[in-house]
Design a protein around this ligand. Structure first.
Ligand code: ZN
Length: 172
């Protein structure tokens, strides 16, 4: 055996018809997720075997932690996604009724490894822009110090309305 170790193995042969469920607790490093993925990846797989095919529905759940783009504070990003793959014995059967991911079962090695699929699905959950979020006024929720705030501290605002207010107060 020269094939590398399978981290999320799904047996596709020798199944009886019906739905089965598999669960894996996967260490992020085992499926080559980046260090921002520090928590165990929860993978649940529904395996639906019928005569001609094995349809799998994969549910991926974990949490990643990335620095906020604004303030660099750690932001928890929920990773909650699912994907479907259909494994068939013979590709000659007509398909294409939808855009499902259809793959051939390798008769010499009928155990598919879904590690790469889970890795890609998890990474797709990470947005390009990662911030602490915004409140109802569109202001950042950042609890860390914003670069804009640092600039504001060194450049006091000169607003003529303050002078008016000051003079009003003095008059009283
Ligand atoms: Zn922030």
């Amino acid at each position: 055996m020269t094939s590398k170790q399978k981290h999320i193995p799904v047996r596709l042969a020798g199944l009886s018809d019906g739905v089965d469920e598999l669960r894996f607790d996967v260490a992020p490093a085992d499926i080559e997720l980046p260090a921002e993925f520090a928590q165990t990846v929860d993978v649940r797989i529904e395996v639906d075997k019928t005569h001609h095919q094995v349809a799998v529905h994969v549910f991926v759940s974990t949490t990643a932690q990335y620095p906020c783009d604004r303030c660099l504070e750690a932001v928890d990003i929920a990773v909650d996604t699912d994907l479907r793959i259909v494994f068939v014995h013979d590709n000659s059967a007509e398909g294409g009724e939808d855009d499902r991911d259809i793959r051939l079962i390798n008769p010499n090695d009928p155990v598919a490894d879904l590690a790469e699929d889970v890795r890609e699905a998890a990474l797709l959950c990470i947005p390009m822009r990662r911030v602490c979020g915004e409140n109802e006024h569109g202001e950042p929720r950042c609890s860390g110090i914003l670069p804009d705030d640092r600039n504001a501290d060194t450049q006091p605002k000169e607003d003529p309305r303050w002078d008016t207010l000051k003079s009003l107060n003095l008059d009283q």
